[in-house]
Design a protein around this ligand. Structure first.
Ligand code: BGP
Length: 464
């Protein structure tokens, strides 16, 4: 690997900070949704709010040179008038100063799903006004932290939070409405372009991108019917985010199909021009698995998600478009995520060929139940998972792709959306029950050695 390659871990504000109501932080939509539904929440999470110095020191001691984290909008902006909470800014200055002290390059997401509840109450992402509010919030962040951050991203995973929130209904605001899904999707992509525009207008240093939950699409065979199903799946999973952010255009075949059954009058020509003119400098890809599809065979749309950790509960079928299938030959996690590193290599090559932009792998990891009361968690499965996925990145680099960073999800154990804290991803174990103590797992030490060797320690194989 190149000496400038960024090696680190990633987190998100809601999932790790805790301190959900301190120092004048406003509630987020996740605070309210989880409280109201009496579900396990991130009120305390990993208490990063009070442990960030220790957490960042451990990143540096683990040989990492970068930290991907998100800023919390409701911690920074107090209300709909856009008033700034200085205590919120001070908290992130503390994190950024700790990064500087320990030689860690910050890689910062503006929006990792914690919309302020005061905006959710006005309709959230269905309310076009929220796009302008995001632009204001972004500008406040660029002004406050512009001299400390060189790597910005607007949104984390528009597909994931929009589809889960408005179509599947398992995330707030808990809707199951395709028309509203489209409106939210459009508003988020427009808001992202506004975030890029105001970044460029201010001439802040550094670069700006977007992070996508990338599931490259494979088909069960080479038939024309399967190829059509693959295109539908790719538009649904990937293209409406990546084409729009990187090329400045929503996929035209997706829009024309949707226009037959839905009202698309919310799309404005003037705003499409803003999207066209404000494309990103790089793309961040979060990779957990691919999407394997077959042609649609019948039945109503069915989308269900596994939040229990009991295998076999997830399903994706979109009427007239495609059906997701499982490859019985591959291992899956308890939460039905297929372990398929080849998908990362193929996906990186495909994305680089399509967009010709630098790529960062902004999340990659495996969620498991682990006993953290032992001296050291011996997470050999995580080491093997990370080895194979870093291998996939190196293979893609050998094929000519410009890949500039790798972030393990997650830097340390944290709250997993709707799955609680028992689904652990961290390189560092956090004992949530016993004083929030931190202890490096075997994977943390392994990752340190891999970084020190610039990837030379990765056991290489050719997936083809
Ligand atoms: C991504 C999100 C992260 C993280 C991760 C693991 O989609 O960006 O926030 O949570 O997935 O997912 P989960 O926690 O649902 O297992």
């Amino acid at each position: 690997m190149d000496k400038n390659f960024l090696w680190g871990g990633a987190t998100a504000s809601y999932q790790c900070e805790g301190a959900w109501d301190v120092d004048e932080k406003a509630p987020s939509m996740w605070d309210v949704y989880l409280h109201e539904n009496n579900l396990e929440n991130g009120d305390v999470a990993s208490d990063h709010y009070h442990h960030y110095e220790e957490d960042i020191r451990m990143m540096a001691e683990g040989g990492q040179n970068s930290y991907r984290f998100s800023l919390s909008w409701p911690r920074i902006i107090k209300n709909k008038n856009g008033d700034v909470n200085q205590k919120g800014l001070d908290f992130y200055h503390g994190i950024l100063d700790a990064c500087e002290k320990y030689g860690i390059e910050p890689f910062v997401t503006l929006y990792h799903w914690d919309l302020p509840q005061y905006w959710e109450e006005t309709g959230g992402w269905l309310n076009h006004e929220v796009c302008g509010a995001f632009e204001h919030y972004a500008k406040v962040c660029y002004e406050a932290f512009g001299d400390k951050i060189r790597n910005w991203t607007t949104f984390n995973e528009p597909k994931w939070f929009v589809v889960n929130g408005y179509m599947i209904g398992n995330y707030p605001p808990g809707l199951q409405d395709p028309q509203k899904t489209m409106i939210a999707a459009y508003n988020v992509m427009y808001a992202s372009a506004l975030g890029v525009r105001v970044f460029r207008a201010g001439n802040y240093p550094g670069q700006i991108g977007i992070v996508h939950s990338y599931t490259p699409v494979n088909g069960v065979d080479d038939s024309i019917e399967t190829k059509i199903a693959m295109r539908y799946a790719d538009n649904y999973c990937n293209n409406w985010i990546l084409d729009t952010a990187a090329l400045g255009e929503f996929p035209i075949d997706l829009i024309s199909v949707l226009a037959k059954d839905y009202d698309i009058s919310f799309i404005s020509t003037k705003e499409l021009e803003i999207i066209k003119e404000n494309t990103v400098d790089f793309i961040g890809l979060n990779y957990y698995s691919r999407t394997l599809v077959k042609p649609y065979t019948g039945g109503e749309t069915q989308l269900s998600f596994n939040h229990t950790g009991k295998k076999g509960e997830s399903k994706v079928l979109i009427k007239n478009w495609f059906e997701q299938v499982k490859d019985p030959n591959n291992e899956t996690t308890e939460w039905d995520t297929e372990i398929y590193p080849k998908g990362l290599e193929d996906g990186l090559i495909e994305a680089y060929q399509r967009y010709h932009l630098p790529i960062y792998v902004t999340e990659n990891g495996v969620g498991v139940r682990e006993d953290v009361t032992v001296d050291e968690v011996k997470d050999e499965y995580r080491i093997s998972f990370m080895n194979d996925h870093i291998n996939a990145i190196m293979n893609a680099q050998d094929a000519g792709c410009d890949i500039r960073g790798y972030y393990a999800w997650s830097s340390f154990d944290l709250y997993s959306w709707k799955n609680g804290c028992e689904k652990r991803y961290g390189l560092v174990a956090v004992d949530f029950e016993n004083g929030q103590t931190r202890a490096p797992k075997a994977s943390y030490h392994w990752f340190k050695d891999v970084i020190a060797s610039q990837g030379e320690l990765i056991k290489r194989r050719n997936f083809n």
